[in-house]
Design a protein around this ligand. Structure first.
Ligand SMILES: NC(=O)c1ccc[n+]([C@@H]2O[C@H](COP(=O)([O-])OP(=O)(O)OC[C@H]3O[C@@H](n4cnc5c(N)ncnc54)[C@H](OP(=O)(O)O)[C@@H]3O)[C@@H](O)[C@H]2O)c1
Length: 325
């Protein structure tokens, strides 16, 4: 089968298409023929091995996992003898999460993995672009214990995590203020944000407004700078390590004991339950994946270069087999 592989850490050019052995499902696995996947920020961190600590997970000297890709949508090609939830021909979507391997024509996933039937009426392209943002956004909102009527500010609302966080916070009936660039104001409003702040025109930390929850969905802010915009008892949620790769975990540690405002740095866990939850939200018309650009798998290097501009809106999709519907 065709797959995008990399044998050393480095710039996008280390990625190349190669013919590799097609995986064979064990008794409790399904073999999925992938029609669409994405290039995520996580793929980029791993490929660059930046920050360095990723090497402890991905391989100290060279990548242990040659094939990247954490989310996918496709068709069940074969099932193991113990599989009961899926049948050959089912349309599915989900995430390979820590195992990667979705930048390929086929992947084997356990039946119990974060995999579910594709939302009815949605394309493979759309379904592939759901899980990474949603799973991380859910981790953020859960860490904040966001409740109905609370005021939440989502900084970096136009990214993959940000577009998911805005929609999920609205689903939870919070009052959502989204912060993004001028060009994304209308998009973010269309996702349900009650208020939108254009960060090129206004600095939300200086306008006197305060929030119960602030989520930095793009790794550009900090607890220290947001403190004055938080209500007493408020929570700041980080999605990245922050400055010197310790700022956010350190803020989380210190604020457990000191002060009346807390910082949290949640680690997302991928579960089947959450994939089914978002499938139901999509089918109820309460969630949609935002797709910026779509590339064929062969153009993975260009797609990756674009993701690394840090300016994608929502998600960047790779399609295989020419099938996107
Ligand atoms: N901990 C985890 O498990 C986990 C999982 C997934 C992602 N993440 C992290 O979460 C972060 C977000 O990932 P993502 O994929 O959502 O990012 P992304 O989609 O690449 O974010 C890009 C978006 O952020 C906006 N942006 C860029 N600079 C900004 C700034 N200074 N202020 C406000 N908005 C800005 C960009 O729009 P403009 O340039 O037009 O403003 C663009 O729309 C990443 O740092 C990633 O590492 C963590």
């Amino acid at each position: 089968m065709r797959a995008v592989v990399h044998d050393r850490y480095g710039p996008p050019d280390v990625l190349r298409l190669e013919d590799v052995e097609r995986p064979v499902p064990t008794d409790d696995e399904v073999l999925v023929k992938i029609h669409a996947t994405t290039v995520s920020r996580t793929d980029c961190h791993i490929r660059q091995a930046k920050p360095f600590m990723w090497r402890f997970f991905a391989g100290l000297l060279r990548p242990k996992r040659r094939i990247l890709g954490i989310e996918l949508a496709g068709e069940v090609e074969a099932v193991g003898s113990a599989v009961s939830e899926f049948e050959v021909g089912d349309h599915v979507f989900g995430g390979s999460a820590g195992k990667f391997g979705a930048h390929a024509e086929f992947i084997c996933m356990r039946e119990s993995a974060p995999l579910a039937h594709k939302p009815a009426g949605r394309s493979f392209e759309e379904a592939a672009a759901v899980c990474d943002g949603v799973i991380q956004a859910l981790a953020c909102l859960r860490a904040a214990d966001l409740r109905k009527g609370q005021r939440i500010l989502i900084y970096g609302a136009s990214g993959s995590v940000g577009t998911a966080a805005v929609q999920l916070a609205k689903y939870l009936d919070a009052h959502v203020t989204a912060v993004c660039n001028t060009k994304n104001v209308e998009l973010v409003r269309s996702l349900g944000a009650d208020e939108v702040i254009d960060y090129l025109q206004e600095d939300f930390t200086k306008n006197g407004e305060t929030y119960d929850v602030i989520v930095d969905a793009v790794g550009k802010h900090s607890f220290i700078r947001c403190r004055g915009s938080m209500e007493p008892g408020g929570v700041y949620i980080a999605t990245d390590l922050g400055r010197f790769m310790v700022e956010n975990p350190l803020s989380a540690l210190v604020t457990r004991r000191i002060g009346d405002k807390r910082a949290r740095f949640p680690i997302a866990r991928w579960t089947k339950k959450d994939v089914i939850f978002v499938k139901e939200l999509i089918e109820a018309g309460r969630y949609r994946a935002v797709i910026d650009r779509t590339y064929p798998l062969e153009d993975v290097v260009d797609a990756t270069r674009y993701v690394e501009t840090g300016q994608k809106t929502g998600n960047v999709v790779l399609t295989l087999n020419g099938v996107v519907r």
